[in-house]
Design a protein around this ligand. Sequence first.
Ligand code: ATP
Length: 240
Amino acid sequence: RPDTPLLEVEGVRTRYGMIEALRGVDLSVHAGEIVTLIGSNGAGKTTLLNTICGEPRAHSGTVRFAGQDITRLATDRIVRLGIAHSPEGRRIFSRMTVYENLQMGALIADPAHFQDDLRQVFTLFPRLEERREQRGGTLSGGEQQMLAIGRALMSRPRLLLLDEPSLGLAPLVVRQIFAAIQEINQRQGMTVFLVEQNAFHALRLAHRAYVLVNGLVTLSGPGSELLANPEIRAAYLEGG
Ligand code: ATP
């Protein structure tokens, strides 16, 4: 079907022991969209991204990618299908150089595309090109975030998952990162699913958004609509 979402999450429940972190989440992301999931600390945002990637696994419900049920696939299979994850805390390889980190991202991609993809990442983040021989662990927080996104892009994904790319970054750097995400979407047509506590930037960027509270989606709509919603403003934007 032409209108099959690229990513479809249906009734997903995930638990850690006795704690149910996701209590029946439904959402979808269509090709070409930027969709964001906002929610406060502990709402279950990271758990959802990790569940999409197969670790931890949903104990009920379904995750579909391009119409295929991936709920029970191993993470490496999911990655090979075309889902790239830039995880919380960035998790770059700190002893490897910028260039080596990007090579790691490209391991599952066709080597024929490596130079082109590298060029694209360096065009998006010139700072990474300037620092290509520098070790990951010595980069600033913003540069590490650029590297985490660049590394994810090097696998040529069809879907890019970003876990709190603004976390711990100065406002100017946050703006740069969000501008880059928008550019990836507009120039390359990349589909992006982004989870954020920084609701203001995330909603401005998003075509559509979902609000996660305590493991459940409580609200959804166009980013601009949620941005204007008084309840959202009071809960996530005021003073933030
Ligand atoms: P944050 O922005 O603080 O990371 P979040 O919305 O991403 O919040 P999660 O990290 O997904 O939230 O956590 C959701 C719930 O699951 C929380 O109550 C958390 O304590 C719990 N949780 C997360 N990871 C684990 C784990 N490995 N073991 C046990 N409980 C966990």
